[in-house]
Design a protein around this ligand. Structure first.
Ligand SMILES: [Zn+2]
Length: 235
């Protein structure tokens, strides 16, 4: 009865190790790494997009402001010119108007340069923001595609795990609960391998040889334990 239980532990361990492998596979599917990389890139692109969008909005405000100021100068210039050409002013007034027109033309030139300068920066910035918007959309789409693949792969793996869990229950049922408890404890502390078969005098857990006297000593334990690694030994 006890020997049957021990052999069943080996079967149980095979299933548990298969589950461990599937859990590992679940976390290491290539699409998951790709998804994490895409997400990291998306974060960078979004930050750059936000930064340049803010810069663009500020520049657009500058352009509006400069264009508004230019418009005001042009209105004033037109008024002053009209007044000057209409004549009927004293010599002193005419000279003042002439100087005013000259000054406004100077202001007009300066402001036109400012508007052009802002507009020159605006176009490439708009283009950059456009490129980043498209990059962002592409990355979001790729992330969504990967998410679907990950979800499908996980569903498949989870199905396999569920079938193994069911098989495990069947295998564990006839094994004494105390033995299962010991097995679970050992699996936690011994890298998932709680039980090994003694094969040709060698422990299947730690792969160390046991001499005849050591084998006798191992068999004195209940259940038998490897004297090197203390794993359950199936003799
Ligand atoms: Zn051992």
């Amino acid at each position: 009865m006890e020997i049957t239980g021990l052999a069943d532990l080996l079967d149980l361990q095979d299933v548990d190790l298969a589950i461990d492998r599937l859990l590992h596979q679940r976390q290491t599917i290539p699409e998951l790494a790709a998804f994490q990389e895409i997400t990291a890139r998306l974060e960078l692109v979004e930050a750059e997009h936000d930064r340049l969008s803010t810069e663009l909005r500020s520049l657009e405000r500058d352009a509006d402001k400069a264009e508004g100021e230019l418009e005001l100068i042009e209105i004033k210039l037109k008024e002053s010119e009209t007044r000057l050409y209409a004549g009927g002013m004293s010599g002193r007034e005419t000279e003042q108007k002439r100087l005013e027109v000259q000054s406004l033309r100077g202001q007009q030139g300066t402001m036109e340069e400012r508007v052009l300068g802002v507009l020159d920066r605006l176009d490439p910035l708009r283009e950059q923001v456009g490129i980043l918007t498209r990059d962002k959309e592409g990355l979001v789409e790729e992330a969504r595609r990967l998410e679907q693949l990950i979800s499908a792969a996980w569903q498949d793996i989870d199905g396999q795990i569920a079938r193994l869990e069911a098989a495990k229950m069947g295998i564990a049922a006839p094994i004494p609960s105390g033995l299962v408890k010991l097995y679970d404890q050992l699996r936690r502390t011994k890298e998932g391998i709680a039980v090994g078969r003694l094969d040709g005098g060698v422990c299947g857990g730690c792969h160390l040889a046991l001499s005849r006297p050591e084998q006798i000593e191992a068999a004195e334990w209940d259940p038998p334990r490897c004297i090197h690694c203390m794993r359950i030994l199936v003799l």
